[in-house]
Design a protein around this ligand. Structure first.
Ligand code: NDP
Length: 397
């Protein structure tokens, strides 16, 4: 039994609040706080039964966060606001000696660059304070990292080649929309590609490497090598990896829109003057794009995300594929959010559960693959993200 403070009332926060509210034996008291309190109230009302308390907070402001944490006294803070708030929320957790969990690594607002170095720099301070920080506990990063840890623990003596494959085979019926926060999403997918090979990073032009890959229940989809944050921690925590890549599917329509958006400067993060007022193009773009939280109702199809691994077992080469498929409509029927929010919010809920049950509790700052994957994998099956594993199959890569 524990008290949890959720920060961020977007698509992912909606799912976390729903899932936690359905688990009263684990989450006895829940508070949902965000910049816009009315969004928290609407989610709490939909859940009903006074399960969720709500509050307004500016998570860029450490004293405000400290005041809220001190008044509610949670056992853990679950950060599902934006990556820009990671460090301020970690600062507030340190000051109040409260555990911390997030789903995306820190990114400075004025530089489209995400890296773990800023959060890993908190390691000694969290250790000294005797509190736990759990980093990257969504689906990717999160479940993909735990899938890798599970494979390394149970199925390989040495994992050598890792390909994380992320397919959204869904259709939301819009000409262009992103599945999570548009600003963060566009910053991520327009970056140069990068993967790990033979002890070093290899950089590519954006979307330079691509090929069709077959996804269970979906079929062949063009898949592109992009840089994704879990590659940084996985290559550090599994040094036997000779190569690690991340593949994501994009449709031609999506890529065309993205190219136009970039070419006309709408993905820019530098302020420009508009009618005497400073605006940031990508933030303006976010305001006119569909809200990812509203995509759920007419979203059909499913996501398929997993890890394809090659390595050695008992001196022989072995292949292994572990994945989850999630239907957008099932996610919507259960929580009112689409599949991408669902596949992020459920793992964040399970991570907080692991902490409260004392299974993932140690002083310091950790990526999820540094904890025991077994109880987490068990909960994925119970809480709506069942996984399937295949041994010695053609993994195409
Ligand atoms: P949304 O944009 O839908 O929601 C973000 C929420 O955070 C909004 O409610 C927003 O408030 C709130 N917020 C933003 N800034 C502040 C602030 N300064 N103080 C308080 N609240 C604030 O995003 P998503 O729900 O789609 O994504 C949430 C997080 O999940 C992101 O960090 C994203 O990168 C991560 N993610 C991780 C994935 C994974 O698999 N690991 C996959 C998908 C997402 P307001 O409503 O006022 O704007």
């Amino acid at each position: 039994m524990g008290k949890v403070l959720i920060i961020g009332a977007g698509g992912v926060g909606t799912v976390v609040a729903h899932k936690m509210a359905s688990l009263p034996d684990v989450f006895s008291e829940i508070m949902l706080a965000s910049r816009t309190k009315s969004k928290c109230d609407a989610i709490a009302e939909r859940i009903g039964k006074d399960r969720i308390q709500t509050a307004q907070v500016d998570a860029d402001n450490v004293p405000e966060l400290v005041e809220l944490i001190n008044s509610f006294q949670p056992d853990i803070v679950v950060n599902v606001a934006l990556p820009y708030q990671d460090l301020t929320i970690m600062d507030a957790c340190l000051e109040t000696k409260t555990a911390y969990l997030d789903t995306a690594n820190y990114e400075p607002i004025d530089e489209a660059k995400f890296e773990y170095k800023w959060q890993w720099a908190y390691q000694e301070r969290f250790k000294e304070a005797g509190i736990t920080a759990i980093l990257g506990c969504g689906f990717d990063p999160g479940v993909t990292s735990i899938f890798t840890a599970h494979a390394a623990k149970h199925h390989f003596d040495e994992i050598q080649y890792l390909d994380i494959v992320d397919c959204n085979g869904g259709d939301h019926g819009k000409a262009f929309a992103t599945n999570f926060n548009p600003e963060i999403n566009i910053r991520e997918v327009t970056q140069k590609g990068k993967y790990w090979e033979n002890g070093q990073w290899v950089e590519t032009e954006p979307h330079e490497i691509h090929r069709p890959l077959n996804y269970p229940n979906i079929g062949a989809r063009e898949s592109y090598v992009i840089y994704h944050e879990e590659l940084e921690s996985l290559t550090k925590n599994f040094p036997s990896l000779k190569r690690a890549r991340f593949w994501m599917t994009f449709g031609q329509e999506y890529l065309t829109h993205l190219r136009v958006i970039q070419n006309i400067g709408m993905a820019g993060i530098e302020p420009i003057m508009y009618e005497g007022k400073e605006i940031i193009p990508i933030q303006f773009l976010k305001a006119v794009l569909p809200d990812p939280g509203d995509l759920g109702e007419n979203y059909t199809g499913e996501t398929s995300i997993g890890c394809r691994i090659r390595g050695l077992k008992d001196g022989k080469e072995k292949t292994y594929y572990v994945y989850n498929n999630c239907k957008h409509q099932d996610a919507y029927n259960e929580t009112g959010a689409q599949g991408v929010s669902y596949t992020t919010g459920v793992p964040a809920t399970i991570g907080a559960m692991m902490y409260l049950q004392g299974l993932w509790k140690k002083p310091g700052v950790f990526n999820v693959e540094e904890f025991n994957p077994d109880p987490f994998m068990e909960q994925l099956n119970k809480l709506g993200l069942p996984w399937i594993e295949q041994h010695d199959v053609d993994i195409e890569l």
